[in-house]
Design a binder for this molecule. Structure first.
Ligand code: MG
Length: 446
């Protein structure tokens, strides 16, 4: 994998290799010019390189005349909300999301708290390549202030959601094992669980950035969490990624449900309370779509990427949506993937349901998703996708994002990654064997 990935959604790299302080500073300068020297909210996850990258970002923003509101270590959705509440010109979240410990990066936010879209991101990229950015004169450089209540405000916004009955959740006295992977979730998830009267067993709840395992909340990385749920006889387990926009659930039996179930459950719950359209990305489980259709909702599929889903949700006035990788988006609070919101909805859902999480999960349509990838090497991604279009021309195809092959009870989605030099091959079917078979059938075409 290349150690620096530059895309319209930001920059991500291995610190000291691809991502240097100069590059972070340059991007911050470009973003500051793009934001016309306005006020910028800056947050970061807990990575050990976060303080260093923050200083580079600070230098960049101040040098082009931006004022900075520094909100410290927090989830990405907290930064999104803070941009809105401060009526800032934009935001920078210093994080490499689910990437391992040696990575860091910048996620760029517009004045509405949404990620920049492709067109906006392209403008920042173009500015970053210019040699003559308009630096501020000595008496026009920006001012940096620190603000320490962003997480508390995010918590308050969640607790105030109409969907929640805090007393009802409190009565269940849920025993919850939370794995915050020593990421930014550690500064928020324990506080949230306390507000819901949960008995919390905290794993990796210091925001030290010293991730004790691969921080992507997929089942193979959650063995410690699953074991602990069984050991302490908890009602459920939950895991968030380092910037806490993705949420994965573990049942009371110690089974990782897989991130797709987080969104399917959240959509099922919201649609039991409110009707309206739903937007999800092209790779999201059919379980979510089936649940929404059964509730009478219209379902819109978008390109993968939070901003694509968020913009569609705004356009159609969606009641809920998100990405199947554990990214729940609830527009009542904001148009961004929000793991703490996902936790709150899961607890409310479980409190109303009355049974266990595995019973609740069993009430959803059952599918298995297999995610695979093809290393690109010398292969040109466009040519490879074009060949697939021709190979599968006799089947039902969708080109919303790359190529999606739709069969009666299964689908496969093939697209070039936005963040890595690979082609992702994802297939879903009623059983794991069928999904794997579909994936390997496609891989033989490359
Ligand atoms: Mg993330």
């Amino acid at each position: 994998m290349s150690s620096l990935m530059v895309s319209v959604s930001g920059v991500r790299g291995i610190v000291g290799e691809g991502l240097t302080p100069e590059i972070a500073m340059n991007f911050a300068q470009a973003f500051g010019v793009y934001a016309d020297g306005g006020k910028i909210v800056v947050g970061r996850d807990s990575r050990v390189t976060g303080a260093l990258i923050y200083k580079a970002v600070t230098a960049g923003l101040l040098s082009v005349g931006c004022d900075i509101i520094e909100i410290g270590i927090c989830p990405t959705p907290t930064a999104q909300l803070a941009v809105e509440s401060f009526k800032a010109a934009g935001g920078i979240m210093i994080t490499a999301s689910h990437n391992p410990i040696m990575w860091n990066g910048l996620k760029l936010l517009g004045p509405d708290g949404l990620f920049l879209d492709a067109e906006q991101g392209e403008k920042v990229l173009a500015l970053s390549r210019k040699q003559d950015l308009p630096f501020a004169a000595w008496d026009k450089i920006g001012v940096e202030v620190h603000y320490s209540h962003a997480v508390e405000e995010h918590l308050q916004a969640i607790v105030a959601l109409d969907y929640l009955d805090i007393d009802k959740i409190n009565q269940r006295r849920f025993k919850v094992v939370a794995d915050c992977v020593c990421g930014a979730g550690a500064v928020m998830v324990p506080l949230l669980l306390r507000k819901f009267g949960c008995e919390m067993v905290a794993l990796n709840a210091e925001p030290s950035g010293l991730f004790p395992h691969n921080p992507e909340p997929v089942p193979e990385n959650l063995t410690e969490l699953c074991d602990e749920v069984k050991r302490v006889d908890a009602d459920l387990g939950l895991a968030v990624d380092p910037d806490s926009d993705r949420l994965a659930l573990v049942s009371e039996k110690g089974e990782a449900l897989g991130e797709e179930r987080t969104l399917a459950l959240a959509v099922k719950y919201i649609l039991s309370r409110k009707s309206g359209p739903v937007a999800i990305n092209a790779s999201t489980s059919k379980a979510t779509e089936d649940v929404a259709l059964a509730a009478g909702s219209k379902v819109y599929r978008t390109k993968v990427g939070e901003i694509n889903v968020a913009k569609k949700m705004r356009e159609i006035d969606a009641v809920v949506g998100g990405e199947g990788n554990g990214g729940v988006i609830l527009p009542d609070i904001h148009l961004g993937r929000d793991a703490p919101v996902g936790i709150a909805l899961t607890l409310q859902h479980l409190a109303e349901f009355g049974g266990t999480l595995s019973e609740l999960n069993a009430s959803l349509p059952q599918y298995v998703i297999t995610k695979d990838k093809v290393q690109l090497g010398d292969i040109d991604s466009e040519a490879a996708l074009q060949k697939l279009r021709e190979d599968y021309a006799h089947e039902e195809l969708d080109f919303t994002d790359g190529v999606k092959i739709l069969r009666e009870n299964s689908w496969a989605h093939i697209r070039a990654s936005n963040t890595e030099p690979i082609i992702r091959v994802i297939a879903e079917a009623p059983t794991g064997a069928e999904a794997e078979q579909f994936c390997s059938e496609i891989k033989t075409r490359f």
